[in-house]
Design a binder for this molecule. Sequence first.
Ligand SMILES: [Fe+2]
Ligand SMILES: [Fe+2]
Length: 399
Amino acid sequence: MALNSLSSPSNYFQKTLRLSPKSTKATRSSPMVSMTSTLSSTYTEVSTHKKPFRPPHEVEDQIIHSMPSEKMEIFKSLDNWAEQNILTHLKPVESSWQPQDFLPSPASSEFYEQVEELRKRAKEIPDDYYVCLVGDLITEEALPTYQTMLNTFDGVRDETGASLTSWAIWTRGWTAEENRHGDLLKQYLYLCGRVDMRQIEKTIQYLIGCGMYIKTENSPYKGYIYTSFQERATYISHGNTARHAKHYGDQKLAQICGTIAADEKRHEAAYSKIVEKLFELDPDGAVIAFADMMKNKITMPAHLMFDGRDQRLFQHFSAVAQRLGVYSAKDYADIMEFLVRRWKVESLVGLSDEGRKAQDFVCRLVPRYRKLEERAQGRAKQGFSTVRFSWIFDREVQV
Ligand SMILES: [Fe+2]
Ligand SMILES: [Fe+2]
């Protein structure tokens, strides 16, 4: 397969600009690679830092503006379509749930009693579950990064901060909905008494400072493919933490995670509908973008997380999520299979040479991922090492 030609199709990279960081610090490439932690860029470690305000993990070789500028017109022409078809996936504020609906009310005379009950239920839940829930919370809490990321996309960004294009209204509405996810999980975790809130807060501060680099290159094609994938990933992950909470007898926590999962599903529906439209209007551009994103692997949004101590925090969190089945290599392959079917990639016709190669690449990925999935499961069975997580007061958890 002509992978190289797919990764850098000439017309896609005409306006490519490489950002070369001034830093010449030691870098390492390809840290532990798993389906859940696909950090393939090189990045610089914190321990060598001389400038205190540089992020602990720095991404090198960043590429910007790879989408030909004329493609921005497609998004302008879709503004009415987005109003009719995408904004309808948002929920009006008045009929939206709020975190307080799921938490003890501080104004209630039963507040202390309710908190006591919440803490009693939390005692029945093992530490490894809390590692996953904290990782999910931290991922949600880096929301400023995700809104920033959506506003890097050419042709759909919110140009003023209060723009009335459908794309900008969507981005702000989506952000406002997402904001409740981190709020709810954080308030629950604060009350449950099982986790080190200060370490969690530090991790969030570090992560937002690091940002994220997901190789979307300012292209809404790539960006909305990424968000389709990622919303489904978070839907699966929150759905699994809901299932596990139920298993440990905590119906209320199950309801919290399940409610968040339902939001993610609604968001996935919207983003995947945008990409479906792109496949209809510009199948070549859409399939090439899809192949590029998959070739780079979908990088998880919190891939640069750091707690001030563990240099491999994200990999360790991912390993626990994999072992518990909260988010695993199987899910990655399932999502890929789902999206290939959702966008009917196999039956695309009338593609250019480059488009056909991209189609071929994408369609052959699922069986390859299934093999990697088997290997990941094998590795998980072999390993019995443990890691201390600062999020749970340095208690050890099996990875
Ligand atoms: Fe979310
Ligand atoms: Fe979401």
